[in-house]
Structures are given as C-alpha cells and as structure tokens.
Design a protein around this ligand. Structure first.
Ligand SMILES: Cc1cc2nc3c(=O)[nH]c(=O)nc-3n(C[C@H](O)[C@H](O)[C@H](O)COP(=O)(O)O)c2cc1C
Length: 413
C-alpha cells in the first residue's frame, strides 16, 4: 500500500494528526463564523468544467511567465507567518521546495527565520511580503533590506488594517510566545513527535519582526499584530512604496474591483485577489467569484494572482480560465510542511502540478493560456447571485448552469 499522501486533503489529515490542536487550528481556522473559509471551497466547487475532447493534447505544458521569468507551473507559495510552528524553521523548507519545483516563494514579514537565511535557501525566485507597520521606517528598512538580499518582488498586504476575529485562536489561547496552559500540555503529550521537534529546536518566534520591533508578549497573535500594523494605509501609502521599490510591486488582499483604477494609476505591477484564506473579513466574497470583474477592470495591464481556498489542480485550472495569471497557495503547502518538512512540500507541489496537467489534458488545454472562461459553467447564475444587493436582477429559478463570467444561462440540453 502507498502511504504517501496523494492530495492536499491527505496532507491536511496528516497535519491534523501531527500538530497539537492549538497549532493545527491556527493554520486551519478562519475568522468569525468561518463563513468565508467555507465559501472559498463552495464557490470553487460550484464551477464545473467542460471537457472539450476531442483535442490534440499529446503535448501539454504548465509553464508560465511572470515578470519576465519562466516558472514550471502557475503556482506560488504565498506568505504565511509563523511557519516554524508547523515545522522547525519551516520557512526555509518552503523556500527550498519552491526552488526545487521552479516556482516563486513569498517570504512573510511574520517569518520565523531571518531574511538572510531565506535569501540563501535554494536558488529559486524569492519575493518578500511586507506589512505596513505603524512605524513606517520599519517597513522601509525591510523593503530596502529585501532588495539588497536579492528578493525580486515586493508584495504588500493591505487587508490587515485589523486582524480578523479568529475564534479558534482566542479559545485555544494561541499566544506568542507560547504559554503552556494545562490544555496545551495535554495536547503536547498527545503529539510527541511535534513536541520533541520543538524541544530540540526551541519554540518559534517572529524573527524578522522581533529584530526590528522588539515584541512584547500578548494574549493572542491577533493582539500582537493589531498593536503593530498601521490601520491608516491608503493608496498614498502604496504610492510611497512604489517610489521606494523599483522591481515588481504587488498589492495583496484585494476584493473590490473598483480599486483597480488606483493600482493602474500608480503603476502597480500585480494584485493578489484574496480574502486572506477566510481569516480576515468574515462574510467576504470568495475570491474566485470576483476574479472575472478584476480581469475586466485590469485588462492586460496587471498581473493577477489569486488565493483563498485553492487545494487542487482543478481549482487552479478554474482560476486560470477566469483570467488569473497564477495562484498563490497558503494552507496547501503548510499542511504538507507540517507533515514532513521540505520533502512533503516538494511532493505536494508535484501533486498540484500533476493534477493540473491531468485537468488540462482532459479539458483540451495544451498550455495554461489555452484555459478560458468558455470552458466553465456555474451551478447558479453569478450575475444574479452576486448582483449588487439593491436593485440587482431577480434570480431565475430555472437557470441552473450559466457561463461563469455572467453570460446567458446555458440552454437546456
Ligand atoms: C497560518 C497562516 C499564516 C498567514 N500569514 C500571512 C502573513 O504573514 N502575511 C500575509 O500576507 N498573509 C498571510 N496569510 C494568508 C495567506 O498568504 C493567504 O492569503 C491564504 O492562506 C490563502 O488561503 P489558503 O490558505 O486557503 O490558500 C496566512 C495564512 C495562514 C493560513
């Protein structure tokens, strides 16, 4: 029997077994009622694929060009803070696995290792995710340091004016540094291999931020972030970063296509359409549902990335067909990291690539650019489901499958 995980769902299960409950919940959980966390999956599942056989798919490539570089597949390991809680110095394993699979890795400002160490981990493309801190000089220093260390793109996160209410973390008392309450100690005993790993390597800390900001202990990680992050970030602030950073500048955490005009005006290179994996605004729209409006507003002038809920090659194909240039993954590679470090992350990326290849072949798409909206149908009509709440058209009960971009309902077979 092959015990190697075969899907990201398998890796999630392996992570659930390996990690103490408070760490698994920190990774797996969302904000509030976790309505958006769930919606991210449901929205992707609502989109169905048209297999367009017959088509000559004897050759099939997943390669993509982003900011002038060719990558093996349209997947990026997105920024995830505190990865060292999943695996000791896990940020480095993520960076090395991304390099091995020839895709970019985005280092988080909330990483558990130094920027110098990530810069030296593997020969792949490294991007740096920047938070705008209340002390803007800290953000400026980090951006300049990222440049000096060879990080080639800067990704500034804007959906964190205040941390979402993560109820699992509050209930579990997920503090930094970790505080060993009786509940946590019981969980440690039930997960001896994780406990041993942490005993050998020390509990993780936010190395980049600690070096710059001198962190005070807080009740929850959300409280810590709230004390440091600047809630007054606006397009003027992004313009300041645009003037500072000469390479590709990406804005992460956008859900309102009405904002695209500002990004174009100040010369942003890329956007990440994201609800932060359902960890911020509970009730937010699934990013896949708003992607077509972003592509329409941006034309071909912006590189569009998307994240939140992507777990399979088939999910990735849906986003590419709707106009995304690539997909960022968060939990998918974190689950793998928690299961077995770099080796498992490499394998999880290989799984995603293989899944994407199979979907492409069965959909008749020789290249990722061949994927297009005409290859998709949605269970419920989006123009009606997602019309502005006031004055939108009334839903039509008979229209069960429709074009995903809001076109006319599919004729009945
Ligand atoms: C444990 C964890 C930590 C995260 N830390 C950060 C971070 O430091 N900076 C950031 O911009 N986004 C962060 N995110 C959000 C991810 O970059 C991404 O938007 C989200 O995970 C995408 O959803 P997915 O996990 O369903 O793929 C984090 C997500 C998780 C799960």
């Amino acid at each position: 029997m092959n015990s190697e995980p075969q899907s990201i769902a398998d890796y999630r299960e392996a992570a659930r077994k390996h990690l103490p409950r408070f760490v698994f919940d920190f990774i797996d959980g969302g904000s509030g009622s976790e309505n958006t966390l769930q919606e991210n999956r449901e929205a992707l599942d609502r989109i169905r694929l048209l297999g367009s056989a017959p088509a000559n798919v004897s050759e099939c490539s997943q390669a993509v060009r982003l900011f002038g570089h060719e990558y093996k597949m349209p997947v990026i390991i997105g920024p995830t803070g505190l990865a060292g809680a999943a695996w000791p110095r896990g940020d480095l394993d993520l960076a090395r696995a991304a390099a091995a699979q020839a895709i970019p890795f985005v280092m988080s400002s909330a990483a558990t290792v130094r920027m110098e160490d990530v810069a030296a981990a593997g020969a792949g493309s490294k991007w740096f995710q920047l938070y705008v801190f209340k002390d803007r000089e800290v953000s400026k220093r980090l951006a300049l340091k990222a440049h000096d260390l060879g990080f080639t793109a800067l990704e500034v996160t804007v959906d964190n004016a205040i941390p979402g209410r993560r109820l699992r973390d509050a209930r579990n008392g997920f503090s930094l540094p970790f505080r060993w309450t009786p509940g946590k100690l019981a969980s440690l005993l039930a997960h001896p291999s994780w406990t041993l790993q942490m005993a050998r390597n020390g509990a993780p800390g936010l190395e980049v931020m600690a070096a710059e900001l001198g962190l005070e202990p807080t009740e929850t990680i959300a409280e810590l972030m709230q004390s440091l992050l600047d809630p007054s970030v606006e397009w003027e602030t992004i313009k300041w970063l645009r003037d500072l950073w000469k390479g590709p500048l990406i804005v992460k955490g956008m859900l309102d296509p009405g904002q695209v005009k500002h990004a174009l005006k100040i010369g942003i290179d890329g956007l990440v359409i994201s609800n932060h994996g359902g960890r911020q605004l509970d009730g937010a729209i699934a990013s896949i549902d708003i992607l077509p409006e972003f592509r329409k507003a941006a034309g071909e002038d912006l590189t569009l990335f998307i994240d939140s809920g992507f777990r399979t090659g088939s999910d990735i194909a849906r986003a590419l067909a709707l106009g995304a240039d690539a997909v960022q993954v968060g939990r998918a590679t974190l689950y793998a990291l928690a299961s077995g470090g770099e080796r498992s992350v490499r394998n999880a990326l290989a799984v995603l690539k293989e899944e994407l290849k199979v979907v492409q072949i069965l959909m008749g798409a020789r290249t990722v650019a061949d994927l297009n909206p005409a290859m998709l149908r949605r269970h419920a009509p989006p123009a009606q489901m997602l019309a502005p709440v006031a004055g939108g058209p009334a839903p039509e009960a008979h229209a069960v499958l429709s074009l995903v971009t809001g076109g006319a309902p599919n004729p009945a077979p």
